[in-house]
Design a protein around this ligand. Structure first.
Ligand SMILES: [Zn+2]
Length: 94
């Protein structure tokens, strides 16, 4: 294994633009791009800082809630549910 981002010289006495060298370069590029993608995916999934829930007596409208409050400003006791958000104001706010 080699460190990512480091270009390795081709093995043996092959020319630098040989098929093996291109293979090595492609493997390095692939590894770098995979690391990039993983980083972007982590940033995207960590961004969800709300959870779905209903507010007060209305159990039909599902709001985005954070810290016991709805993002759209609806008032009442928050119940967290794993349901799809249906409040248009919350969807617009996100
Ligand atoms: Zn809402």
């Amino acid at each position: 294994m080699s460190k990512p981002g480091r270009k390795r010289p081709p093995k043996g006495d092959a020319k630098y633009d040989s098929l093996a060298a291109k293979d090595d370069a492609a493997a390095t590029k692939q590894r770098r791009e995979r690391a990039d993608l993983l980083q972007r995916m982590r940033a995207k999934t960590a961004r969800q800082e709300w959870s779905p829930g209903t507010v007060g007596e209305d159990v039909m409208t599902v709001h985005m809630t954070r810290g016991g409050k709805a993002l759209c400003g609806a008032v009442g006791a928050v119940d967290e549910w794993q349901r799809a958000v249906s409040c248009p104001a919350c969807l617009k706010a996100a």
